[in-house]
Design a protein around this ligand. Sequence first.
Ligand code: NAD
Length: 432
Amino acid sequence: MFKGTRKNNKRLTMKTSTLLENALANFNCTAKVLEKDYGKELIDVLRLPKEKSEIRISPLLKDGKLRVIKSFIVKHSNSIGPCKGGIRMSPHVTLDDVTALSMEMTWKCALIGVPFGGGKSGIVCDPGTLAPIDKEVVIRSFARNAHSHIHPLVYVPAPDMGTNEKDMGYIKDAISYSMGMATTQGCYVTGKPVILGGIPGRREATGRGVAISVQEALKMLGMEPKDARVIVQGAGNVGSVAAVELARMGCRIVGISDISVAVYNGKGIDMNGLSDHLKKNGSLSGFKNGRMISGSDLLEAPCDVLVPAASGGQITRANAGKIKARIIAEGANGPTTHEADSILAGKKILVIPDILCNAGGVFVSYLEYTQETQQEQMTGAEVSDRLSKRMKEKFNNVHCCSLERNISMRDAAMFIAVKAVCDANVARGFQP
Ligand code: NAD
């Protein structure tokens, strides 16, 4: 933690989402340090997104009724390259959330070293209540209405909470169809099915990156994977893959949850049973290999590694003091509030910050982007090898910076990332 910056960071008075409040609080800590070199004006430019759009879509669903749905696209920064960031589909997503997530994408891309800026989309709709055909209609309607924002050199979306590989395939189809072509010229969306120009390993990339980060953190603390008990919150794309990968590395998965159920089993969850259950049912509901506890109790249950891989704002001032893990690996975006961060630091819990820990997804999206742009093909083994090398290299860079500057891993990651974006702005110059 930068000395004197976090505790002096006054509570933000404006009404914001927890995600935005945290994103700004994290940024402000780093901003105070970088302001001296880059000037307050440039730092102020980076505090706000470049562009926010609210797009109303009105698809006709299979019940024969028009549904009016709000959606958002926020482009935070394109200094390093086209804006990159997933599409979140949730009844609770707000413009402030999307703003925060787009800002985090700017830092994540800069930190992991891919030539993208930060963007994000939100569709205010509950995917869980939509029949598959209705979800496809909503996604296609979003793609058609947001078409002017989506372009390989402007904004390239990907999956996030509530959207998946299939949806990205529909977006590619909707865009190529509207152009009257068999395919698109260049990469308009990443995280697509492999048969449509996707890349092997993209779906697993974020969860794998989380597992590699945990492996590096265990090494740093002198712990063996076989001695590490792991709890994962969220059994979706990121959480389920992280759990499987960590188990494969030798860790014992003692707890897992989703929105419906939380299971704790101190002896270790049967991972084959878990994978089969998720494949068959699509959720944890009905999975009985352990003791059922509440989702909030699971976060405080005994473990060495806690992987929040669901929504933001899960580790707060109220529960941070009760967390028993030695390592928190942020698979989710913004799972830890700013106040909780200080409590965790006091307890000497190592937090692997989201912009590092879950950056494997955007790194492999970059491989997909280059593959499609250059009309090449990469094998799963090449992707996996490059992902592993990049995650380890960046983990090490952040760790070294945190030691050199005597700051937390989050502040070190933010320092490297925000500095890179400042450098890009200076290099481009400030004339129109
Ligand atoms: P997903 O929709 O596939 O899965 C989300 C999971 O979280 C589901 O199992 C859901 O039931 C569970 N969940 C939601 N609220 C919960 C709660 N309160 N308690 C317990 N479980 C809960 O989403 P995902 O793609 O796995 O994304 C998860 C997180 O990772 C999000 O914060 C997302 O922004 C972040 N992320 C995703 C990617 C990616 O490539 N998909 C990349 C970077 C970051």
